[in-house]
Ligand binder design. Structure first.
Ligand SMILES: Cc1cc2nc3c(=O)[nH]c(=O)nc-3n(C[C@H](O)[C@H](O)[C@H](O)COP(=O)(O)OP(=O)(O)OC[C@H]3O[C@@H](n4cnc5c(N)ncnc54)[C@H](O)[C@@H]3O)c2cc1C
Length: 271
């Protein structure tokens, strides 16, 4: 780690809750008594002692408590899986450019989430639900593998109560699922979308490409379209170049980008 990078700060694990078999949420509060300020869409580098660091989005911001919803895929995330309430974890951040919450104010909002991509969008939906009168029509389109993979089910109910139009679709049906089956682009295609709405998309890149294409075909202004991009990351502070995406560094210039900035690079995994 370069000298000019911040050192990990100790954060205390306040709560751990399972979401799915391989996905859980860990809530962290600063153990050093200093404040932490995060914006929706930003991420932290979480340090699993003995395993390493991984960038993880903030999935809820509540005063000084930051939630992170993590899927165990490899060494670091499996290390983070071992955390229990009372443990201390190293955290660097919050880093990056988040969702354009302030410029969304006063207009309609379209949120498109695929799978775990709903995690970085949850703080925006929380903000919209809390400050509902600041926004016009708000539509959420959330696609997931199947009924069992649905994240944040209580939040979906809360957001619906706050007059957010929640559309959930699953790739694979099951006897306990009465909703639509297919890809998230289907309800998006069928919906009436205000051309001047702000759209926020997060999920697998193939889903983001198709969802962006659908919205643009429906006349959405590309300047109002924002995507959150993932790339393998090392430093988190724009110094190592690991997460380069064309002329950008995802950790410093993103992870949230305007569509025009990244549309050409969307299909490229690593440069
Ligand atoms: C800005 C940002 C925000 C993220 N937010 C979250 C989050 O909220 N929750 C969450 O669970 N994960 C999130 N990730 C992904 C997470 O950082 C990786 O899953 C993690 O770094 C994997 O580390 P590992 O040591 O556990 O697995 P590794 O052993 O490093 O990797 C396991 C597998 O995952 C692939 N992989 C690793 N990192 C990425 C990546 N960034 N993008 C695509 N594939 C990758 C590897 O190629 C390998 O196939 C985010 C990534 C970024 C860049």
């Amino acid at each position: 780690m370069s000298l000019s990078q911040p050192h990990p700060r100790p954060f205390r694990v306040c709560a751990v809750s399972d979401q799915l078999e391989d996905t859980w949420t860990v809530e962290l509060a600063p153990a050093d008594g200093k404040r932490v300020v995060a914006a929706p869409g930003q991420f932290n580098m979480l340090y699993a002692f003995g395993a390493g660091e991984a960038p993880i989005s903030v999935s809820r911001i509540h005063a000084d408590v930051l939630a992170h919803t993590i899927r165990a895929v490899g060494r670091v995330t499996r290390g983070l899986r071992q955390l229990v309430v009372g443990d201390t974890v190293g955290l660097r951040g919050p880093f990056g450019v988040g969702w354009p919450v302030e410029t969304m104010s006063g207009g309609d909002v379209v949120v498109v989430a695929g799978g775990l991509g709903i995690a970085p969008l949850r703080p925006v939906l929380d903000t919209v639900a809390r400050e509902r009168s600041r926004f016009g029509r708000v539509q959420l389109f959330y696609g997931t593998r199947d009924r069992a993979s649905l994240l944040f089910q209580d939040d979906l109910k809360t957001w619906t109560q706050q007059n957010i139009e929640v559309n959930v679709i699953v790739d694979r049906g099951s006897p306990d699922w009465r909703g639509p089956v297919g890809f998230v682009t289907q309800p998006l295609e069928a919906a009436t979308i205000n051309r001047s709405a702000t759209a926020l998309i997060c999920g697998p890149e193939v889903m983001m490409r198709f969802a962006a294409g659908t919205l643009l075909r429906k006349g959405l202004n590309p300047e109002h379209l924002h995507l959150s991009i993932e790339r393998n990351m090392e430093c988190g502070t724009g110094q190592c170049g690991h997460c380069q995406l064309g002329p950008y560094l995802v950790c410093r210039d993103g992870p949230v980008f305007g569509y025009d900035a990244v549309s050409d690079c969307l299909a490229i995994r690593e440069l």
